[in-house]
Design a binder for this molecule. Structure first.
Ligand code: FE
Length: 171
């Protein structure tokens, strides 16, 4: 069975222009310094920062209560809840461990983790940008893959991992 053709590897080189694959064995890091704080009790762990395609994949972690600032998405977001639960102030559902969430382009929302949740961890793929807004939708700031890279670099520079630590996650 193992020598049947379907078990044979592809025999040729990968495209010369293709980026190198990215394999992160400890996506849930042992080293606390890998988590980059963004707000009270809120931090993220970068996994793939696609500078070439303009998206990023990260783990978002909130311990006890926390709020991820109100923001608008011009492009789709995919999320998979690994631990705990969270909700949006704008919707009546709760995203719980094991659940998948799709956020449509055009959506504006505020992610909150309630005080009874010890720890929430969700894998998010965020495309394009997060545009931070006030409750009336006026722009107050943004994040894209480049601001994320800059925030990681600054944090790692400061905590001893070194600014170059982020480079392994950039494609
Ligand atoms: Fe969002």
């Amino acid at each position: 069975m193992l020598n049947s053709e379907k078990w044979q590897p592809y025999r040729h080189a990968q495209p010369a222009e293709a980026a190198k694959e990215l394999v992160i064995p400890n996506a849930m890091p042992d080293d606390e310094r890998v988590w980059v704080p963004v707000d009270d009790n809120v931090c993220f762990r970068p996994l793939c920062l696609s500078a070439s395609s303009g998206y990023w994949v990260n783990l978002l972690r909130v311990r006890k209560a926390g709020v991820l600032s109100r923001h608008r998405h011009p492009q789709a977001v995919h999320g998979f809840v690994l631990k705990g639960e969270w909700r949006y102030l704008e919707h009546d559902w709760v995203a719980r461990e094991g659940g998948y969430v799709y956020e449509a382009p055009g959506e504006t929302h505020t992610l909150v983790v309630d005080p009874h949740v010890e720890e929430m961890i969700t894998l998010f793929q965020v495309n394009g940008a997060m545009i931070y807004v006030d409750p009336d939708g006026n722009n107050v700031g943004y994040d894209d893959v480049f601001t994320r890279i800059a925030k990681c670099r600054a944090h790692y520079e400061e905590n001893g991992l070194g600014g170059g630590y982020i480079d392994q996650f950039i494609r």
